[in-house]
Design a protein around this ligand. Structure first.
Ligand code: NDP
Length: 596
């Protein structure tokens, strides 16, 4: 690595910056959007339509109409299950892509692996990193293609789930008065669907306009999700609070539009090169031979997680990140190929990359103080890495101001604006790019707490932490499947790959049970415990180390307690998990499940 990097000085700087951000209140620093704040959750996109409550029976009910519900619904339909009812709190399919319509929203992982079921639906992503409207449209395409609209219930939130042992079915109750039953139930409510606001004193006092990025108010800002100018902001002073992946994508649009834009920063994001480009249809036609998307998915995951791959088909920011680390390790002389040697090589490559990212800031941002403020002082994977080609340039706009809070966060909100270090910034509008609940209990985020066998609640079964087999099955909760990455592959760089694999697994189990005339599927207590033992045998870390700068990746900088200790994936990684689950669901034994 370059001799100009002083590793000890950097480590000291990282530790210093981290220390500034540690707070005793951890996850409790954020507000729940209830009571006076509940209006922040209102759907600005689709009016709620009146309808009669539903009281029938379906074979499968799925909670959540995002990628998880869509891919599971699709695989179930392919497996011959005709009645699949998706229950969704938004006004259409899309999940995160229904809600997040902020200007500039686009996927951060290459579309060819991020957008599910491309081959099945015959869609060619128009760009390497597709923008949000195209992804939302794709969700609707999946819904139509697999005939999922007819049975769907939109603008509907599940309030209660109860297992009926006598009739071997789930009773589903909702906030629209529905009380229907389902032979099987699956939940894919997503890890990041409950917006959160920072617990800043005075937040309720602000007299101007305000909204959360996941409920973008185009009526106020003008423009649209396709990038039309936000002309309603031409005479407005706007504050945006937060500089995570969302803010990085929408700040360039705000900077172009607002009279004055104040970007309130607590921790800078690392912002690497994006290099988006339109898809060449000729190239796509040649490349997209049968089975192409599965090949790409496997290739991405192998490259990204250190599996065996001789080429990098996807070549996005994520595969680049791991290729760099791997080649650094491969270049070690044989005597240094020890665990210690490899960790040191990884650290060297990280220092080098972060120096590059910091140098990029200097090369783009003209004001030296602003440039200094925008530099991230932590290892790249400590926080969600960002990739953007216009974010840093936005700070060269004369009306755009970085207000760096030196790790402390906004001090106070008043009737007129935002206070940092004793100075009040008067604004007309505050946009909260403050993210989503992550570290809270699953049942709190879901909004219901399923009652399984003998009325035992999921929160009780998980009182000491999440317990599943494969991240899907829970003992005491028959005919229930969870669709999410944790305790499975835990592939965070491309969440949809986790979901499509779970969808296959669930469709195979349901089709098998129906084919056998079996009415009850439950993981045994022993199989659940054995799976947890396997997970415990791994390094047992959350997404990033507690030594990292605090954030939702590392439980706000607190060591994992029992609730988080098993917030992990298969100890040998995603490739090993996907291979295991493929064998498991195709050998016909469904080991660990009691199917009766
Ligand atoms: P984040 O949780 O990543 O960011 C929230 C921001 O708010 C952080 O910068 C945080 O600072 C800041 N903040 C919180 N409290 C305060 C405070 N009191 N004062 C000032 N600032 C504060 O939310 P995002 O919506 O940006 O992203 C959430 C996740 O969604 C991403 O990590 C990513 O996984 C996903 N995402 C994916 C995208 C994609 O794939 N295309 C695009 C956008 C999001 P601090 O860092 O110090 O906590």
């Amino acid at each position: 690595m370059s001799t100009t990097v002083d590793k000890d000085a950097l480590k000291e700087k990282y530790a210093e910056e981290r220390a500034k951000r540690l707070r005793p209140d951890g996850n409790d620093q954020y507000l729940r959007l209830t009571g006076q704040l509940a209006h922040y959750l209102d759907d600005p996109y689709t009016p709620v339509a009146e309808r009669e409550p539903v009281t029938d029976h379906v074979t499968v009910a799925f909670i959540g109409g995002g990628f998880a519900g869509l891919v599971t619904g699709a695989r179930l339909k392919e497996a011959g299950v005709t009645d699949v009812r998706i229950v969704e709190k938004g006004g259409d399919f899309g999940g995160t892509w229904y809600w997040n319509r902020y200007p500039g929203a686009q996927c951060d992982t290459a579309s060819f692996v991020y957008m599910p079921l491309l081959e099945e639906t015959g869609h060619m992503p128009s760009e390497k990193y597709a923008h949000a409207p195209e992804i939302l449209e794709h969700c609707q395409r999946i819904g139509r293609h697999f005939d999922l609209y007819d049975d769907a219930l939109f603008h509907t939130e599940v309030t209660d789930l109860e297992w009926d042992e006598a009739r071997t079915r789930w009773i589903v109750r909702t906030n629209r008065g529905d009380a229907f039953t389902a032979s099987f139930l699956a939940m894919g409510t997503g890890p990041l669907h409950v917006p959160k606001l920072p617990g800043i004193p005075g937040i309720e006092d602000f007299a101007g306009h305000s909204f959360h990025t996941s409920r973008w108010d185009y009526e106020y800002t003008g423009g649209d999700p396709s990038g039309a100018p936000l002309d309603g902001l031409a005479d407005k002073r706007v504050a945006i609070i937060g500089t995570g992946a969302t803010s990085v994508q929408c700040v360039p649009h705000l900077a172009r539009a607002c009279e004055e834009l104040y970007v309130f920063q607590r921790t800078p994001s690392s912002v690497d090169v994006r290099a988006n480009r339109p898809t060449d249809p000729e190239w796509f036609k040649e490349m997209a031979t049968p089975g192409w998307q599965q090949r790409w998915l496997e290739n991405f995951t192998a490259n990204q997680t250190g599996g065996l791959a001789t080429e990098d088909l996807v070549m996005d920011g994520w595969t680049d990140l791991s290729t760099r680390i791997r080649s650094r390790i491969a270049a070690l002389p044989p005597e240094e190929q020890t665990l210690e040697g490899m960790l040191a090589a990884y650290e060297d490559s990280d220092f080098e990359k972060m120096e590059e990212i910091r140098a990029r800031v200097d090369s783009i941002v003209t004001d030296p103080e602003t440039a200094q403020g925008l530099k991230a002082w932590y290892r790249q994977l400590c926080k969600r890495p960002c990739f953007h080609d216009e974010y840093l340039d936005a700070f060269n706009e004369p009306g755009t101001h970085l207000v760096d809070t030196d790790g402390q966060g906004v001090e106070r909100i008043t009737e007129r604006g935002v206070v940092v270090a004793g100075r009040e910034y008067e604004v007309d509008c505050i946009i909260y790019a403050s993210g989503f609940e992550v570290g809270t209990e699953y049942t709190r985020r879901a909004g219901y707490d399923p009652a399984g066998v003998d009325g035992v609640r999921l929160s009780e079964h998980w009182a000491k932490g999440m317990r599943t087999m494969h991240g899907i099955h829970v003992h005491g909760f028959p005919n229930l499947f969870i669709v999410q990455p944790t305790q499975g592959a835990n592939l965070i760089s491309n969440v949809p790959h986790n979901l499509t694999e779970s969808a296959r697994t669930i469709a195979t189990i349901v089709a098998h049970a129906l084919g056998e005339g079996a009415g009850r599927v439950e993981v045994t207590a022993e199989a659940e415990e054995a799976w947890l033992d396997l997970l415990r045998s791994g390094p047992g870390r959350s997404l990033s180390s507690p030594d990292c700068t605090p954030g939702y990746y590392n439980n706000e900088g607190r060591p994992a307690d029992s609730d988080h200790a098993l917030f992990v994936g298969h100890p040998e990684g995603a490739v090993a998990f996907f291979a295991l689950i493929d064998r498991w669901r195709t050998d016909g034994h469904f080991t660990g499940l009691a199917i009766t």
